[in-house]
Design a protein around this ligand. Structure first.
Ligand SMILES: [Fe+2]
Ligand SMILES: [Fe+2]
Length: 322
């Protein structure tokens, strides 16, 4: 368990102080406004983290503290609003689509989204320091890979639930701790000379990485957004296999250890299966069960692609400027 991250503005400073003071300090004053998107994102990230592994310097009861929940609600409402603002809506030709039309439509939609690609850069151009930078900030997600989606399981009907469990069972190592994806990543970090502990590099994560993680928690923790959570999962899995191959080859080119290459190699095969499962079976059966959440599935898929695009641009611009 790691300690609270560094504050990034007046809101996170006030909230992290209040968190450290609990439970003695009963009603922390949290009427501070975020100074910047970064201040808001790190605060929300830390409040969400209370529902995952928590922090060594924060009382476990903080997770359900009413004033912290109130603040979390304000921050996540703002995040959700900003994500919807970017959403162009379900492509008209796929409104109401189900079955094969839906699945092929979603695959085409994902394939047509032409965003910036970190994997392509790592494949042929990145140097070792750049890849280490990338692994550190990606670790914020990969060290809790699949966890945000697990919140969705009890909220589903029979067919999407069974299919989601099939996918999650793989992510969690098919019963073998040494195959658990988050653990494979930790072993890759360690072998690459990086810190493998959960949350070790949150302080280095740019706003875009924090927002990617916050969006997954937002979708996972709100039953209302189950469609968005599974649409996000579908887009995530469907944009993983080929980029993972590029990452593995780039890491090989740069002489990274087999443990780190192995993490990405595992995803070449696994996610070729997962994308079919996520798009066709999980999302396909969800919208058959609950047609009213179909729009949210598309919204979740768009948000995944859009956030990754913004993250990639931020990181590539940072490298170009260096
Ligand atoms: Fe995975
Ligand atoms: Fe996967």
């Amino acid at each position: 368990m790691s300690a609270l991250p560094k504050a990034r503005g007046p809101l996170s400073t006030a909230v992290f102080e209040a968190l450290r003071g609990l439970p003695q300090e009963d009603a922390p004053a949290l009427d501070v406004s975020p100074e910047s998107p970064e201040d808001a994102a790190i605060t929300l990230w830390a409040l969400y983290e209370l529902s995952y592994r928590g922090f060594a310097d924060v009382d476990d009861a903080a997770e359900w503290h009413p004033s912290l929940l109130g603040l979390r609600r304000r921050l996540e409402t703002e995040l959700e609003r900003s994500l919807y603002e970017r959403w162009p809506g379900v492509p008209p030709e796929y409104v109401g689509a189900t079955g094969d039309t839906f699945a092929q439509g979603l695959f085409d939609y994902i394939a047509d989204h032409d965003g910036a690609s970190l994997a392509r850069y790592v494949h042929s151009e990145a140097d070792r320091e750049q890849v280490l930078d990338l692994l550190r900030v990606r670790s914020v997600y990969h060290l809790k890979e699949a966890d945000a989606t697990t919140w969705v399981i009890p909220r589903l009907g029979v067919a999407p639930k069974a299919a989601l469990l099939e996918l999650q069972y793989d992510e969690y190592g098919v019963g073998d701790p040494n195959r658990l994806h988050a653990h494979l990543f930790a072993k890759g970090m360690e072998a690459s000379g990086l810190r493998p502990e959960y949350g070790a590099y949150v302080d280095e994560a740019p706003t875009e990485i924090l927002e990617q993680n916050n969006a997954m928690s937002l979708f996972g923790l709100h039953r209302r957004l189950r469609g968005a959570a599974l649409g996000h999962l579908a887009a995530f899995e469907a944009t993983s296999s080929l980029p993972s191959r590029r990452m593995a080859q780039g890491l090989e080119r740069l002489g990274f250890p087999p443990e780190m290459i192995g993490y990405y190699a595992e995803h070449v095969e696994a996610d070729a299966v997962h994308e079919q499962l996520a798009v066709r079976t999980i999302c396909g059966s969800l919208i058959e069960d609950e047609p009213e959440v179909a729009g949210d599935v598309w919204f979740g898929a768009f948000t995944c692609l859009d956030l990754e695009d913004r993250t990639a641009r931020r990181i590539l611009d940072g490298w170009a400027a260096a």
